[in-house]
Design a protein around this ligand. Structure first.
Ligand SMILES: Nc1ncnc2c1ncn2[C@@H]1O[C@H](COP(=O)(O)OP(=O)(O)OP(=O)(O)O)[C@@H](O)[C@H]1O
Length: 169
């Protein structure tokens, strides 16, 4: 009985909090995510559920650990304000992996900070995932697999300091 009480009080509440957090900041549906972008691209939800399940616990970051949905995000809408420092061999190796249907799923989605501007515009910023981004770019892929992490201008400031935009419409 004591053990059950312990579990109820100290283990269940955090799990519920996590569930609540996930619901409170839902990952956008494809249509909502780019609804106000001038381009007509769609961020489509990855249909490969197996991949999602496999990647849910592995190869995830602290930012996207609670996010299961993976989207195909158009490369052209992603802003990367900080230039990448690249290991050429790693980029080449990733290109090979991504290019083979049998191994593409071994490359996990990158994290993208998704910010909704004050007038409803959608902005997508990416800082990590330098080698994956470069590999997708060189392969001329129109989209990249990504988890959208709902973020704020304050979050952007952590990455960019005073170079961060003060206002996004
Ligand atoms: N051929 C490959 N070479 C490198 N990584 C690979 C390869 N195939 C699959 N992966 C996976 O791709 C991911 C690469 O992430 P990693 O953090 O190493 O680089 P990145 O995020 O793209 O770049 P950076 O860390 O420099 O921002 C890892 O999860 C790794 O397991």
């Amino acid at each position: 009985m004591r053990v059950m009480n312990f579990i109820k009080h100290f283990i269940l509440p955090p799990s519920r909090r996590c569930l609540y957090r996930c619901r409170a900041t839902p990952t956008p549906t494809p249509q909502r995510a780019l609804a106000t972008e001038s381009n007509n691209h769609l961020i489509s939800q990855q249909s490969n559920n197996l991949h999602q399940k496999n990647m849910a616990c592995l190869d995830t970051t602290v930012h996207s650990a609670g996010i299961a949905e993976v989207h195909d995000v158009p490369m052209e809408v992603i802003k990367r304000p900080i230039p990448s420092v690249l290991d050429e061999l790693k980029v080449q190796s990733l290109m090979t992996t991504i290019n083979q249907e049998s191994s593409e799923a071994e490359v996990p989605p990158v994290d993208i900070l998704w910010i909704v501007g004050s007038e409803g515009g959608n902005y997508y910023f990416s800082f990590g995932g330098c080698h994956r981004f470069e590999a997708y770019k060189r392969l001329n892929r129109p989209t990249i697999k990504a988890k959208l992490v709902r973020s704020t201008l304050g979050d952007l400031y952590h990455y960019m300091g005073s170079s961060a935009p003060k206002y996004l419409a």
